[in-house]
Write a protein that binds this ligand. Structure first.
Ligand SMILES: NC(=O)c1ccc[n+]([C@@H]2O[C@H](COP(=O)([O-])OP(=O)(O)OC[C@H]3O[C@@H](n4cnc5c(N)ncnc54)[C@H](OP(=O)(O)O)[C@@H]3O)[C@@H](O)[C@H]2O)c1
Length: 293
């Protein structure tokens, strides 16, 4: 393999919305891309943009020192690389698919057993818009593997190396998604309440954005509180329970599903019950982390 090839070319296996965005980002950065996907129509589309076609997984692995995987989950990695394990020796696999940290660790060990180096990544992007200025990628695994390939991978979004634990990128990635999923659903619930109350989402939107400016304050404040055991006195837990009740009623009065709000009220109520039993405040955070040693 020539020096030029290893510095400026890469294979991408998996061409869902994210894999396609990655191919486009590499090509835009002048990096040669060899693309493979289970469904070949997606390869055709990428070849149309200037990528080279790999007809098989083996061809994709052979084409470059570094292969990026963008698959639904780690189970797909075994299906894909399992087709060509004898082509893994001496290669570098950057698996940027998301999954649980433990599955990433097991996947890393499996790839290394077949003679390849491995690094895991979690793509923190605005959907598949990896060119968005807020997008970045968590990486974890051996630092020398990250250092050797960070510049090649940089067009995908700024890289953030976290540490040697192969599961760490997924710990941080999933922590981000733990925040994002209920936020997305809660935002839809809020918009549904506006609409079903006969009012305009457009009128609400600037205020939603304005309130979002306070999120950094809450992020810092709750992180500080968590390190000290969690947020909430018994009085504030009761206030949140009452608040959750108002949210539920505002939703259900206009026929909007309040499942999420019932779940949050359930947590406030469990914390209140635990506090009353303990005779001191037991913040929700302590329900999550359990007793400390
Ligand atoms: N899209 C986003 O906005 C976004 C943002 C951040 C992170 N991510 C993560 O990035 C990864 C890829 O995202 P995506 O949106 O592109 O996912 P996706 O739509 O699920 O893409 C799936 C890719 O995996 C392939 N695949 C799935 N199972 C397979 C199997 N058993 N064997 C072979 N190929 C298989 C699909 O092949 P076929 O085309 O043949 O079905 C397709 O190429 C995911 O882990 C996702 O969580 C996505």
């Amino acid at each position: 393999m020539s020096e030029q090839t290893t510095a400026g070319s890469v294979s991408v296996l998996g061409l869902g919305p994210m894999g396609q965005a990655m191919v486009r980002a590499f090509l835009a950065a002048g990096i040669e891309v060899t693309a493979w996907n289970r469904s070949t129509d997606k390869v055709d589309a990428m070849v149309g943009l200037g990528a080279k076609r790999a007809a098989t997984v083996a061809e994709a692995l052979d084409a470059n020192a570094v292969s990026v995987l963008s698959l639904t989950h780690y189970a797909a990695m075994y299906d894909v690389l399992g087709q060509a394990t004898d082509h893994l020796q001496g290669k570098v696999i950057a698996n940027l698919s998301s999954d649980s940290p433990e599955k990433a660790r097991k996947g890393a060990a499996w790839v290394r057993e077949h003679g390849a180096e491995f690094i895991s990544g979690g793509v923190m992007s605005a959907g598949d818009n990896i060119a968005h200025p807020a997008s970045f990628i968590f990486y974890s695994g051996p630092q020398q593997v990250f250092d050797a390939h960070a510049e090649l991978l940089r067009p995908l979004s700024p890289p953030e190396y976290l540490g040697v634990d192969d599961g760490l990128a997924q710990v941080f990635y999933q922590a981000g998604l733990i925040i994002f999923h209920p936020w997305m659903l809660a935002f839809d619930q809020a918009l549904a309440v506006i609409e079903k109350s006969g009012h305009s989402i457009d009128q609400f939107l600037p205020f939603a954005l304005r309130s979002a400016a306070a999120y950094p304050y809450f992020i810092e404040d709750f992180a500080t509180a968590a390190k000290a055991g969690g947020w909430g006195t018994l009085a504030s837990l009761k206030m949140m329970d009452a608040g959750a009740q108002h949210i539920i009623e505002a939703s259900e009065e206009v026929g909007v599903d309040a499942t999420l709000s019932h779940a949050s009220q359930g947590l406030w109520r469990r914390a209140i019950a635990a506090s009353e039993q303990a005779g001191k405040a037991v913040p929700v955070y302590q329900l999550f982390v359990g007793p400390r040693d």
